[in-house]
Design a protein around this ligand. Structure first.
Ligand code: BGC
Length: 727
């Protein structure tokens, strides 16, 4: 390969603007491919248009190296699934895996090889707009969702037909942006980095994620695009991961703005040195690296390594042997929105719904007794907002809106009336009186309010977690009617909704549920399915309470619920969140009993099995999410008051009980020691099993017998769960 051909492999160009895919693939672009100046395209799609491009690469360029086609296929390609935060609320990694698999089947049929997903950034400040793209606040849940998605996209073997190379992004601590302002610096301690932000990445690396993407931010002053220690040291050397590292959009050139590179050439050298292999769109590797390498030929070795990693990814995807395998237009027509894909989208959307409140068992609604229903709120007919952030090829017209779903689920004799009332996008309240008039005679009002799709996602950070003002006003006026009201909350982040929570008898958290949103919501509203999702991030009482997360370190003055002063709390707020991590009601009730453990003490390499019986005592078939939390009460450093270390979504018929066994190892209690290593200290460990981080039903403890060192982020390690004994 010539120097130019090598550099060409490092170049990723945008084949279109985000909304007009392929729009830039003109003759000049084909000439670039012929010249071997491009390694990959993003924002492209379609079996046929990409076949033409690939053909030029393999038949008309000197070396015939195939191109890599990439896109942000984040929660579906054409069949859009719930947004990732909602999928995390399933607490069912197999659901996330299934969604990723369907997305991979569709995207690969449309010529794509590579997705920029999963986004596995932990987010503890809900002002950050990208919290919607990840699994929320907890590293253990985040790691499980990361592994599930990598498995779903790649299908266990990237060579398997229908497999899409996954990208673990954004490495790292992107979610720790100060103040929740997207792209902002992260200033986390080494321990927080290792224990909270990195575990999902470690888990994704172990699961074989083919690529990683760096983050835009700096950590304690070191921009991750130039973070040699993190990228080369931690990821490649210590974790042994050798995949393809891509920059974020233009992030190499942004090293100049960060103030760590004087010019583009210096920026390119820093990124290459840190082991960034591919330059997304920025053009720095294309235009400015050659001179740097000619000046210092020692850099050629770094370039060769990067080229090799890119070629290896292409080889692993089978592109050298079967470059046209992804371009079967018949398969594409068959795959997109296939009936079983829609079915999966509906099932997963139902699993994502969280019942936040259900006073007087208002839900489920009994359709047989209803004569009329009013569906209020602009979001109930807004297909785009059901799709949410990153819609790939999703289309609003594919969406079964909430109004459509409700109407279809009810017998024809039930009168359904609908009105927008007020739209989250503006302050126009003029539609409210007409909506109220319409709703006055209805038996029940279903009020859908919240954020529209454009209020969360990249560059969509908000300074407030309150409802958009028009939405709260609409809700207030609706409650004044004094009728039964079911609130459907739509949002891409935890919201601070104390007034709504006080006034609404029933609230369903419906996030942004994808193409089958309306059917899934109707299934839950009318009792075809008991909601059982759980919050993957706490809902605070007010914006000023964030960052708020359950897994906080023990302090010298633990928050006291009664004492306003001198403990770690706001004197003007209760110490609890509005809804805690792991919270979610169902249409049934569950009894937890007969806690047992296999041993009182564990040595390194051994495990303790913790078992509990969970009985569905509420008379309605429903899932229950059983959660295991741990605490190291006395260690050489202060430890979190609780940490999730296991969960299982269990399906239970009415009256049925099952025994759930969690197998925990001492390695899962390791912490990042002041000496910079994973340490497992001898001593007592307390554990709890419960239905949320604030609803702990049974507890016990065991002893770790010996202090020893670990080798992996504790939260990344999976707890084996066995469910048995049903009757
Ligand atoms: C985002 C990435 C995304 C990329 C390509 C960037 O702005 O941060 O998450 O993969 O664009 O669309």
């Amino acid at each position: 390969m010539t120097l130019d051909e090598k550099l060409g492999q490092l170049v990723q160009r945008a084949g279109g603007r985000s909304k007009a895919l392929n729009s830039r693939l003109d003759d000049a672009e084909l000439d670039r491919v012929r010249a071997g100046s491009v390694g990959s395209y993003l924002h492209v799609a379609g079996a046929e248009p990409l076949a033409r491009l690939q053909k030029v690469a393999v038949e008309e360029s000197r070396l015939g190296i195939p191109l890599l086609f990439a896109m942000d296929v984040v929660h579906g390609y054409r069949t859009i699934f719930p947004v990732p935060l909602a999928m995390a609320a399933t607490f069912a990694p197999d659901a996330a895996e299934r969604a990723a698999r369907v997305a991979a089947e569709e995207a690969t049929s449309a010529g794509l090889h590579w997705t920029f997903a999963p986004m596995i950034d932990i987010a503890r400040d809900a002002r950050w707009g990208r919290i919607v793209e990840g699994a929320g606040e907890d590293p253990y849940l985040g790691a499980r969702m990361a592994v599930a998605q990598v498995g779903g996209y790649q299908g266990g073997n990237v060579l398997r037909p229908g497999s899409l190379m996954a990208t673990a992004k954004h490495f790292g601590a992107y979610g720790a942006a100060i103040g929740g302002r997207d792209y902002n610096s992260a200033d986390v301690s080494e321990r927080t980095l290792q224990e909270v932000y990195l575990p999902p990445f470690y888990a994704a690396a172990r699961a074989g994620a083919g690529s990683f993407m760096v983050a835009f931010n700096d950590i304690a002053g070191v921009p991750t695009t130039a973070n040699r220690e993190l990228l080369r040291g931690t990821l490649r050397e210590r974790w042994g991961w050798q995949g393809l590292m891509v920059s974020d959009w233009g992030s190499i050139g942004e090293l100049i703005n960060h103030g760590v590179a004087e010019d583009r050439r210096a920026a390119g050298v820093l990124a290459l040195d840190a082991s960034v292999d591919m330059d997304m769109v920025g053009g720095v590797f294309a235009d400015d690296l050659k001179a740097a390498i000619e000046k210092d030929p020692a850099r050629l070795k770094l370039l060769d390594e990067a080229v090799l990693r890119i070629l290896r990814a292409k080889e692993q995807l089978g592109l050298f042997d079967r470059p046209m395998a992804y371009h079967d237009t018949e398969r594409e027509a068959r795959e997109l929105l296939a009936p079983d894909h829609r079915e999966a989208a509906r099932a997963i959307a139902r699993q994502s719904i969280v019942l936040l409140k259900n006073e007087g068992k208002l839900l489920p609604l009994d359709a047989a007794k209803l004569r009329s229903v009013a569906v209020l709120g602009a979001l109930a007919t807004d297909g785009m907002s059901s799709l949410g952030s990153w819609r790939a090829q999703g289309k609003a017209e594919d969406v079964v809106t909430v109004l459509k779903g409700i109407t279809a689920a009810l017998p024809a004799r039930v009168k359904v009336v609908a009105a927008a009332g007020a739209d989250p996008r503006n302050q126009d309240l003029s539609g409210i009186p007409a909506a109220l008039k319409l709703a006055k005679s209805a038996d029940v009002i279903i009020l859908m309010i919240g954020e529209d799709y454009d209020l969360s996602g990249e560059a969509r950070s908000r300074s407030t977690l309150e409802l958009p003002p028009s939405q709260l006003e609409l809700a207030r006026r609706v409650f004044e009617l004094g009728k039964p009201v079911v609130v459907l909350l739509a949002n891409g982040r935890p919201l601070a909704i104390p007034e709504l929570t006080e006034k609404a008898p029933a609230i369903l958290e419906t996030w942004m549920l994808g193409v089958e949103a309306g059917n899934a919501v109707a299934d839950v509203l009318f009792g075809k399915y008991s909601p059982a999702g759980r919050l993957p991030a706490a809902f605070p009482r007010t914006t000023g309470a964030v960052p708020f997360y359950y897994s906080a370190n023990a302090t010298g003055r633990p928050a006291d619920p009664d004492l306003a002063k001198d403990t770690v709390r706001y004197h003007d707020l209760p110490i609890t969140p509005l809804f805690p991590f792991g919270h979610g009601l169902t249409y049934s009730e569950f009894r937890y009993s007969d806690l047992s453990q296999s041993t009182q003490s564990v040595n390194p390499g051994e495990r303790v099995d913790i078992s509990i019986t969970v009985e569905n005592s509420g008379g309605v078939p429903s899932d229950e999410v059983v959660q295991l939390y741990v605490r190291d009460p006395v260690a050489t450093i202060a430890r979190p008051v609780l940490e999730l270390r296991g969960f299982k979504r269990v399906e239970l018929g009415a009256g049925q009980h099952k025994r759930v066994t969690f197998s925990l190892t001492p390695e899962q209690l390791a912490f990042w020691s002041p000496k910079g290593q994973w340490l497992i200290e001898a001593g007592r460990i307390d554990f709890w099993i419960g239905a949320s981080a604030a609803d702990l039903r049974a507890n016990g403890s065991f002893e770790i017998t010996k202090t020893h060192t670990g080798s992996a982020p504790a939260a990344a390690l999976p707890t084996r769960v066995i469910v048995s004994g049903s009757n």
